[in-house]
Design a protein around this ligand. Sequence first.
Ligand code: SAM
Ligand code: SF4
Ligand code: SF4
Length: 353
Amino acid sequence: MNSKHVFPSTVLVEPTNKCNLACDFCEANCTVNGHLKLKDLSSQNLAIALKKIEKTITNIVFQGDCEPLVNKRLDKLVVEAKRFTHSIAIVTNGTLLNQKKSQELIKSGVNWFAFSIDDHRRDVFNAVRVRADLDVVEENLRELILIRNNGRADLQVAVHKIIFPNDTLESLKEFVKKYYLGFGASQITFSPLVEMGDIKVKDWLKLRNRLESDLVDEGILVNLKEFCAYPYKTLNKYCGTNLLYINHKGYLSPCGLHQRDGRFFGNLLQESYEEITEKDHFKEYHNYWLSREYSKPIPSHCKDCFLLKGHYHRYTLNEGHQNGLEFCDHLDLQNNQADGADAIQYDLISKAL
Ligand SMILES: C[S@@+](CC[C@H](N)C(=O)[O-])C[C@H]1O[C@@H](n2cnc3c(N)ncnc32)[C@H](O)[C@@H]1O
Ligand code: SF4
Ligand code: SF4
């Protein structure tokens, strides 16, 4: 085993390649109208895959590119996952999570849920989250929060929003007030809209940070969590999404993006983890992120990644100004590729000058 590159990690698991919605912004590669052959991950296959990486598992997040709840045997997957960790999360569109299903999943071992809601206004939500109805999602959210309030204080219920180009400080404020104060969600998380591999709202981070300051001024102490705020328990910080990802067919990759471009490390149903960790591209990827020598060429697995087109990962890595600046070698800053973190940094630099 190549032990240098094996360490405790968050593991993302994709339970199915099917989704029941057709959100107009979603670039996930899943079957909605049957364009792909439907494939659910079975609990037997999950057991095989997890057993091979068991020494590295800190916690498991069921998410994937599609909708976890579409897999009717999700509770069986959760029971299997529980043999490897007590920290189990689900990221969902919230449409299929009724009271019975929530109870079942909690009983099986889920203790962290994230609802992707994206907008608090019914007309806007229903227009972008095609086939969903905000009233149904909110009812399901309400029921889950009720379960938490009635004796399951350990349950985390997060609400996630994509920041769209037409969002404003005010619309984001209304969102936070509705779900954090009104519904009592445990966390609110934001991420920017990504279209064809590009972050559409370059100053989203600045907007999010301003929003948090404004809310603090109003006496609302909300810690607006990071992009991809899964309950990470990983020791080594990589790009901001440092984890292992297993897709519905058992393919392993460093993050969910490779579900779409097919750049996987290997397949845990067909290969041993030892074999996978000895592959050149596996080593190249880990050596880059472990070395912190960011001026070196970006590993082939991460080429063209939208995260590296802005500077959000520098913000999350939080490991020293000069070190972070080495990323500039890969980026064309003159062409306004910077996201909010850079915008703030440039503001500060220009003020200092
Ligand atoms: C692909 S979905 C899969 C899980 C589930 N179906 C859901 O909607 O939560 C995972 C997350 O990606 C987000 N997402 C989908 N398309 C996106 C896009 N173009 N830009 C940014 N986030 C996106 C969703 O809002 C969701 O929070
Ligand atoms: S529910 Fe999730 S996976 Fe399905 S279309 Fe919407 S964002 Fe994509
Ligand atoms: S492809 Fe992007 S998100 Fe995935 S590991 Fe590389 S930098 Fe991170």
